[in-house]
Design a protein around this ligand. Structure first.
Ligand code: NAP
Ligand code: GFB
Length: 316
């Protein structure tokens, strides 16, 4: 790929898409294009075809999706299945027909079976039943992985599927109902600290384990996949380390400086007990993460404070 290759970042305003955009810019790529969902609704197949005919991108990063945490996934199954199928099918099929040279699809670690052996290896895909709270989103993502695999197998094209673990960082969604756990905890502990260190209510038992990758590392992995010939379709993108939600809460409470109690609302779902990914394939390909969790949380909290309350809150 040349530095002036035309690169389309679908979802370029999102947490991941904006990080990929910044990483590409920092590495000297000068011909980036993006469209907001208001400018180009990726659920609209004809609009996507017209866009590709007009713009003719050589590379596509698919960082556009209906995204949310455990509650959003379990409360809006239809949107998480159907919107993500529509978005990715339009992008993948149109990119294939338009002879896009490189397509990088972003899936999620939730594609793996709920009770597969840990750490999760790429070959565990489709070997067992999914986690019920996000099986609709997971099915959409699995379809995207398989579509890219079919294009590689049948047409020999450079379509790659990256499976990120739980991501966090600047430009995340901080809505307390639809967000993921890490941004929700940052906001909850921050607001409680300002309210005389009142107690903080968190969801579930705190016992599940989660792996967290900073979004700048995710973007670095995505650019690595662009600049390197990836011999296979499916790659886990993670840190290889996890911790309990309880430990995460204690870490974020320390970084934010909250001094009150934590109350666990066990009426809320825990979700999958663990989803630590094996990261050997990316390591062998030459990529590893670099931002440690405590440092990443400090960077994210700093960005949250700088955002002076105009952070994103995705409402359904
Ligand atoms: N966040 C995580 O923990 C995580 C973990 C694993 C994988 N991922 C994957 O990473 C990718 C990006 O996630 P994210 O966290 O960056 O999500 P995000 O911040 O919500 O960004 C998603 C982007 O998708 C765009 N989008 C959604 N529906 C669209 C539509 N109908 N037409 C056009 N654009 C649309 C939005 O564009 P507008 O802003 O213009 O509306 C938004 O910028 C997704 O594929 C997600 O599955 C995320
Ligand atoms: C990467 C994403 O992982 C997602 O699963 P998943 O990690 O359980 O999604 P999260 O919403 O990040 O929840 C992770 C864990 O944190 C607990 N938790 C505690 N307090 C909170 C809170 O205030 N907000 C939230 N959101 N969680 C909280 C939650 O019960 C769950 O056990 C999938 O639903 C997505 O589709 C995607 O795959």
């Amino acid at each position: 790929m040349n530095k002036d290759s035309k690169i389309y970042v679908a979802g370029h305003r999102g947490m991941v898409g904006s990080a990929i955009w910044r990483a590409l810019t920092a590495k000297g790529y000068t011909n980036l294009i993006g469209r907001t969902s208001a400018e180009l609704d990726l659920k609209n197949q004809q609009a996507v075809k017209d866009f590709f005919n007009n713009e003719k991108p050589e590379v596509v990063f698919d960082a556009a999706a209906r995204v949310g945490g455990i509650l959003a996934n379990s409360e809006y199954p239809y949107q998480f299945l159907m919107e993500n199928l529509q978005i990715q099918n339009n992008l993948i099929d149109t990119a294939h027909i338009a002879e896009v040279k490189k397509f990088i699809f972003l899936g999620s670690s939730c594609i793996y079976p709920k009770l597969a052996p840990q750490p999760l290896r790429e070959e565990y895909l489709l070997t067992g039943s999914l986690e019920p709270t996000n099986e609709w989103y997971a099915l959409a993502k699995i379809s995207g992985v398989k579509a890219c695999e079919a294009i590689r197998k049948q047409f020999g094209k450079d379509f790659v599927s990256l499976m990120p673990t739980n991501l966090y960082g600047s430009h995340d969604n901080f809505d307390l109902k639809t967000s993921h756990v890490l941004p929700a905890m940052i906001r909850k502990f921050h607001e409680a600290k300002l309210n005389d260190n009142e107690s903080v209510e968190l969801w579930g038992s705190g016992t599940p384990l989660r792996e967290f990758l900073h979004v700048e590392d995710m973007a670095d992995a995505a650019v690595f996949a662009l600049e390197n010939k990836m011999p296979e379709n499916l790659y886990n993108i993670g840190t290889g380390k996890d911790l309990t939600i309880k430990k995460l809460a204690e870490l974020i409470q320390k970084v934010v400086g909250h001094k009150g109690d934590i109350i666990w609302d066990v009426s809320k779902p825990d979700g999958t007990p663990r989803k630590l990914m094996n990261i050997d394939k990316m390591k062998n390909a030459g990529w590893e993460s670099s931002i440690e969790l405590e440092e990443g949380i400090k960077l994210t909290y700093h960005w949250f404070l700088e955002s002076t309350n105009d952070y994103k809150q995705v409402k359904y």
